[in-house]
Design a binder for this molecule. Structure first.
Ligand code: URA
Ligand code: URA
Length: 258
């Protein structure tokens, strides 16, 4: 930390003691004012940003610790390799919400790292972000269990989604993204409790807790339906997201097909 920021911390701590402690610090209001010269207001703003980010990191860590030992769904807790909490910038403007970890995610402990995840990462990059700039999480933190010896993934049940949803709700509350993107009808059902067809839901703005929510196809759907028209629809939804975030959109991006 830079010296001026450290000084700001000291001033803050003294002020707080002054207001809340029975034994006020031996620093007068005048000294505190002198310490905080007007040219340092900028430092103070930067500092409050750092404090805010630090508090988000702390809250997410605490939540992640609770999630890691969760046994609310005993069958999922038994079957999982580990929970898959979420990944990305705690200050992200943009947050993607998927369904549940698959086998790759269960093995690696990170959401969207399998084949669908690689496509999502490509979409994020085409939008002009790095994967680390956004936040990625799922409705379910555990991989839906599969019968022994069987492959593939199953859809989370409504009860599993309701049970796990509060963790996602907390993640969203901490991160406070400017825009949410729900990937697929199952994520929408988990988040909003609304069952709909993607045809009706995608491509327009919804809201979750007064936050703008875009609904688009799940990347796994695109892997199964590699038609230019379906891929273009997802990209058009992402262009709406970029507009909402007031991000510059290049001509190349406008004409892009995934
Ligand atoms: N599909 C999802 O919905 N989430 C993941 O994390 C991986 C695949
Ligand atoms: N459609 C919306 O626009 N918002 C909701 O919250 C649910 C469905």
């Amino acid at each position: 930390m830079q010296f001026p920021s450290a000084l700001d911390l000291v001033v803050r701590a003294l002020e707080q003691m002054r207001e809340t402690s029975l034994r006020p610090p031996l620093a007068s209001r005048k000294v505190l004012d002198e310490l905080r010269a007007p040219e340092r207001a900028q430092n103070l703003t930067a500092l409050s940003g750092q404090v805010c980010t630090a508090s988000k990191i702390g809250k997410l860590r605490e939540l992640q610790t609770r999630v890691a030992v969760c046994t609310k769904c005993p069958h999922l807790a038994r079957a999982r390799t580990q929970t898959v909490f979420g990944v990305g910038d705690p200050d992200a403007e943009l947050m993607f919400i998927g369904e549940a970890p698959g086998a790759d995610e269960d093995a690696q402990g990170e959401p969207f790292v399998g084949r669908a995840g690689q496509l999502l990462t490509r979409i994020i990059k085409a939008m002009g972000f790095a994967r680390e700039d956004v936040y990625i999480a799922n409705i379910l933190k555990c991989r839906p269990d599969m019968p022994a010896g069987s492959f593939g993934n199953r859809v989370p049940t409504p009860v599993e989604m309701q049970t796990c949803r509060p963790y996602l709700v907390e993640q969203i509350e901490v991160i406070q993204p400017k825009v949410l993107v729900a990937l697929g009808a199952v994520a929408v059902e988990g988040l909003l409790g609304v069952r709909g067809t993607m045809r009706d839901l995608r491509g327009r703005w919804h809201t979750y807790n007064q936050m703008p929510l875009m609904i688009t196809y799940h990347p796994a759907y695109l892997l199964r339906n590699q038609t230019p028209s379906e891929k273009r629809k997802v990209w058009e939804d992402m262009l709406l997201v970029l507009e909402r975030l007031e991000r510059p959109i290049s001509e190349k991006q406008r004409n892009y097909f995934l």
